[in-house]
Design a protein around this ligand. Structure first.
Ligand SMILES: NC(=O)C1=CN([C@@H]2O[C@H](COP(=O)(O)OP(=O)(O)OC[C@H]3O[C@@H](n4cnc5c(N)ncnc54)[C@H](O)[C@@H]3O)[C@@H](O)[C@H]2O)C=CC1
Ligand SMILES: O=C(O)C(=O)Cc1ccc(O)cc1
Length: 290
């Protein structure tokens, strides 16, 4: 049971953790920090936070046992710098929900001078294309994975507390090295989001075709749902995980070139083999049939 949890960035991810903890009676008090008074008002009205403030101050951090940083990644340097100016309670744990982990660890080291032992970098693999506190849900993390990426400096007890917190809101936790995390999610999450944005942008008022969106069917909608995600969040992810994302975009480009050649060659057997292997893999691992 936490006494006070401070949520930095009361949006989909921060707001959902607040609701999940509150609805299970796992926290006495949630303090929300957001630059926008409107966000704080909505968060209070929805019962996401008990108190709100537009800036992190000593009073908000006193008595806190956990800070959850859930702003877009671009705000992490400022958030860590603010935290570094305060006197942090001795047992305070800092954790986060950012989508790229090497960057978070690097920014913490820059702001604090060392990687704080009670910083437990984390990433809930749950979310949706909607953002803001209005989209927050108490059940968002149920039956979803959360990845924690502690480093050598990280206090084991702090990692265990964060692991327990996520488990108690219904998530299952995996520990990963930050570099491996960033490579895996560049391939499985960042690449598809960028491709979805690119496809919608390619067809948006294309000079040859005009407005073709009215002719799209379910397949286009399924492929591009994630292109409705928040552009600031994705700009920041592209910046924070640039080398791994560029690598997986290039891998994709290589496969795209091979596919173009197969189509131009009318190589039915190569195409059928590729489609069959991909269908089998997706049916087996992603859409599991009961
Ligand atoms: N949206 C998703 O599906 C997922 C997002 N994430 C990560 O979680 C983090 C938050 O994402 P969302 O909750 O979707 O975004 P969101 O846009 O719903 O919420 C972010 C909140 O942070 C606030 N904010 C921005 N700069 C701030 C600052 N300097 N100080 C305090 N508050 C500030 C914004 O006003 C907003 O209320 C991001 O780092 C993202 O990479 C992780 C997993 C899934
Ligand atoms: O909307 C979806 O389906 C997502 O994939 C959400 C998501 C976005 C970013 C993450 O780091 C993790 C999950």
């Amino acid at each position: 049971m936490f006494k006070r949890v401070v949520i930095m960035g009361v949006g989909l991810i921060g707001g959902s953790l607040a609701l999940a903890l509150k609805s299970r009676g796992l926290v006495k008090e949630i303090v929300g920090i957001s630059r926008s008074p409107d966000t704080l008002a909505l968060a209070q009205q929805r019962g996401v936070i008990d108190h709100g403030s537009t800036a992190l101050d000593q009073q908000s951090i006193d008595q806190a046992d956990l800070v959850f940083v859930a702003t877009p990644l671009g705000a992490f340097p400022a958030v860590f710098s603010q935290l570094a100016t305060l006197t942090l309670p001795e047992n305070l744990i800092i954790t986060d929900g950012g989508s790229a982990k090497g960057y978070v660890i690097e920014q913490a080291q820059k702001a604090f001078g060392v990687v704080p032992p009670r910083l437990v970098p984390g990433h809930p693999i749950a979310g949706k294309e909607l953002s803001g506190v209005g989209a927050a849900e108490a059940s968002l993390y149920e039956d979803h994975r959360v990845i924690l990426t502690p480093v050598d400096e990280t206090d084991t007890a702090a990692t265990e507390t964060v692991e327990q917190m996520w488990k108690s809101v219904g998530a299952c936790v995996e520990i990963m090295r930050p570099q491996y995390h960033d490579e895996v999610f560049a391939a499985t999450s960042h690449l598809p989001h960028l491709l979805a944005y690119l496809l919608v942008d390619l067809l948006n008022d294309h000079p040859e075709l005009g407005n073709v969106f009215k002719y799209t069917a379910g397949g286009f909608r399924d492929f591009t749902r994630i292109a409705s995600s928040d552009p600031v969040m994705w700009r920041d992810i592209a910046e924070a995980n640039a080398p791994a994302i560029a690598k997986w975009l290039k891998n994709y480009r290589q496969e795209l070139d091979r596919m173009i050649e197969a189509v131009e060659r009318h190589d039915q057997s190569a195409l059928h083999e590729l489609f069959s292997a991909a269908k089998t893999a997706r049916d087996q691992h992603i859409v599991k049939k009961s």
